[in-house]
Design a protein around this ligand. Structure first.
Ligand SMILES: *Cc1c(COP(=O)(O)O)cnc(C)c1O
Length: 245
């Protein structure tokens, strides 16, 4: 790509963002009201995979307070250039051998789905003298192809990791199955919210149930109506990604 083309693409993407952000914000407000909450109780995470850092920083300068990357390499390649006024979450599958590269670089890791991963994040955090906030990823649809803890194992998993000193569990995250029908997606989101509420009531030591991260471009409003307070939106903010990830 020539310099010129690159600049054009960035300008276009910034314009797409400006148009979309107002719309997404309005939809969040409406969905929050339907669930009896205020819009500022819902965190909008901008999913920034494949999006150039210039566009991300434009978004941050215009109201995005939280971004999320899902690949370690991409996170690291952009890390020195992000506008540091936004918080960063890691939202993708994380291999144990890459934990060292992520700890300290993000304020939360949303995708913790094994004891090995949780204890490695804890160990590396302790080495750095920090505590890393995490969410436990739940495979609400029980899909073979997806990572995440089985819903029926979630409570025992939380008990198991509750003693780890370098992490602090702040809630749950999920990526539900792709659904054709609205009722189907609502059912998964409701199951997830029920699990979230059940676990909150157990008052497990050292486990906070503050955040429920669910809902993406096509279903963030439904997710909010079912109790989500972090929604992760990419395409609906930045337009279609140029290449598959
Ligand atoms: C890319 C991504 C999103 C956002 O996806 P869109 O459909 O583009 O909104 C949300 N969560 C995770 C984990 C992602 O990787």
């Amino acid at each position: 790509m020539t310099e010129k083309l690159l600049t054009e693409d960035i300008k276009e993407r910034c314009a797409i963002f400006d148009e979309n952000f107002a719309d997404v914000t309005e939809r969040i407000e409406k969905a929050a009201a339907l669930s009896g909450r205020k819009a500022d109780e819902i965190m909008l995470l901008a999913a920034t995979k494949t999006i150039p850092v210039e566009v991300i920083n434009h978004a941050i300068n215009n109201g995005i307070k939280l971004i999320g990357e899902n690949k370690v390499q991409e996170l690291l390649s952009k890390i020195d250039e992000y506008d540091s006024s936004a918080d960063r979450h890691f939202i993708g599958h994380l291999q144990t051998n890459k934990v060292r590269q992520v700890v300290g670089k993000v304020s939360m890791i949303e995708s913790v789905d094994s004891f090995r991963l949780a204890s490695e994040i804890s160990r590396r955090s302790e080495e750095m003298g920090i505590v890393t906030d995490i969410l436990v990823e739940v495979n609400i649809g029980g899909e073979e192809s997806k990572s995440g803890i089985n819903p029926s194992d979630a409570e025992s998993f939380l008990q198991e990791i509750s003693g780890l000193k370098g992490i602090k569990v702040q809630g749950l995250m999920t990526i539900p199955p792709i659904c054709e029908k609205n009722e189907e997606i609502l059912r998964y989101f409701e199951q997830m919210n029920n699990l979230f509420v059940d676990i909150s009531h157990k008052n497990i030591d050292n486990i906070n149930m503050k955040y429920l991260s669910m809902g993406m471009s096509d279903d963030f409003e439904q997710a909010i109506i079912c109790g989500a307070n972090i929604v992760r939106v990419g395409t609906r903010l930045f337009g279609r990604r140029n290449y598959a990830v």
